[in-house]
Design a protein around this ligand. Structure first.
Ligand code: F6P
Length: 364
């Protein structure tokens, strides 16, 4: 019998998390008659124990549908298999996953819905293999999770980036400047490619297609010769200079963490200043892309994911996550999604569309 369900959000926050939580809670209480619980701050909450788990009712979720962030709180540091514990030898990464399993057992939780990106789903899958009844929901603005066509949060991030490109367009044009807009996405160029096309960028640089400065300058000069003395460059934070194998890192990885990407926009600006007399400015959009009001598209996708996650729990399809395939939400094994990322196909239709629109991808 399924009676008590808990929900946690892990990894970086993302528009639509609250809409997913709402979908699971509404469906859980009204349709299935379950008792619903929230776990605070991702896996940290389950590691730290009972006082981080709280009962959720319909009042808890009132008004959260459009809100960015997560009412549960999140953490992208709490990997229970490599948990930083202070010892007399310094910080040691320790496996504390047994604490999660015992918190779930002690609280009589029959199913745990884990909403997170690749890292969080990886942890969820290992916990499932150790006996936890887990269902996953794929989340990330980066849209780089395999086994789902889209993750929620991605479209809102594109809307935000597109709005920024629109705003920067007018100032670039007025000042005859080159404006570089650095967007997020880690090693996947989805946000840059989509917002670049939507915002009418002139040059889009993504990790999947290494760029050269010759190509950037060629495009800027072609535009100049056609009467456009300004250009818009959208660069993904993980974009790579041809022949250089490492991404631009803003902060090196700390123990158990990923390196923080960022800074490629400024390094392109510096280089263009060095080799041309162009006037260049850079805007780094950063975490703005993760916040704000959730777009209508993401509210719908998140609500569908939430409702289907409850269905998977009801069917005891543990070890599964919800996924969008075409226009249908289905369940797929979490292990199909983890470990392999979904990248932009450099020879795919979307890149080809960009090229036909006379957008330079920085490689020709
Ligand atoms: O994975 C989502 C994401 O926003 C990436 O696009 C970005 O590189 C990273 O998270 C930033 O993480 P943090 O919030 O730890 O700075």
């Amino acid at each position: 019998m399924i009676r008590k369900i808990a929900i946690l959000t892990g990894g970086g926050d993302c528009p639509g998390l609250n809409a997913v939580i709402r979908g699971i809670v509404k469906s859980g209480i009204i349709h299935y008659g379950w008792e619903m619980f929230g776990v605070k701050d991702g896996f940290d909450g389950l590691i730290e124990g009972d006082n981080r788990i709280f009962k959720m009712d319909l009042n808890t979720i009132r008004g959260i549908l459009p809100k960015g962030g997560t009412i549960l709180g999140t953490s992208n540091r709490g990997n229970p298999f490599k948990y930083p514990i202070k010892t007399k030898h310094g910080i040691e990464l320790t496996d504390v996953s047994y604490k999660i399993l015992s918190t779930l057992l002690r609280n009589g939780i029959d199913g745990l819905v884990v909403i997170g990106g690749d890292g969080t789903l990886n942890i969820a899958h290992t916990l499932y293999e150790k006996g936890a009844n887990i269902v996953g929901v794929p989340k990330t603005i980066d849209n780089d999770i395999s086994a789902t066509d889209y993750t929620f949060g991605f479209q809102t991030a594109i809307d935000t980036a597109t709005d920024a490109i629109d705003k920067l367009h007018s100032t670039a044009e007025s000042h005859h400047r080159i404006i570089i807009i650095e967007v997020m996405g880690r090693d996947a160029g989805w946000i840059a490619l989509n917002s670049g096309i939507a915002g009418g960028a002139d040059i889009i640089l993504i990790p999947e297609i290494p760029f050269t400065y010759e190509s950037i300058i060629k495009k800027i000069n072609t535009r100049k010769s056609r009467g456009s003395a300004f250009s818009i460059i959208v660069v993904s934070e993980g974009a790579l200079l041809k022949g250089k194998n490492t991404v631009t890192v803003n902060r090196e990885a700390e123990k158990g963490d990923l390196p923080r990407l960022g800074g490629i926009g400024y390094s392109i600006e510096m280089k263009l200043n060095e080799i041309t007399d162009l006037e260049v400015r850079t805007t780094v959009l950063g975490h703005i892309q993760r916040g704000g009001i959730t777009s209508a598209y993401d509210r719908i996708l998140s609500s569908r994911f939430g409702v289907e996650a409850a269905n998977l729990v009801a069917q005891k399809k543990f070890g599964y996550m919800v996924s969008l395939k075409g226009t249908t939400i289905i369940g797929v094994p979490i292990k199909e999604a983890i470990g392999k990322r979904k990248y932009v196909n450099p020879n795919g239709q979307l890149v080809e569309t960009a090229r036909r629109l006379s957008i330079s991808m920085g490689d020709e």
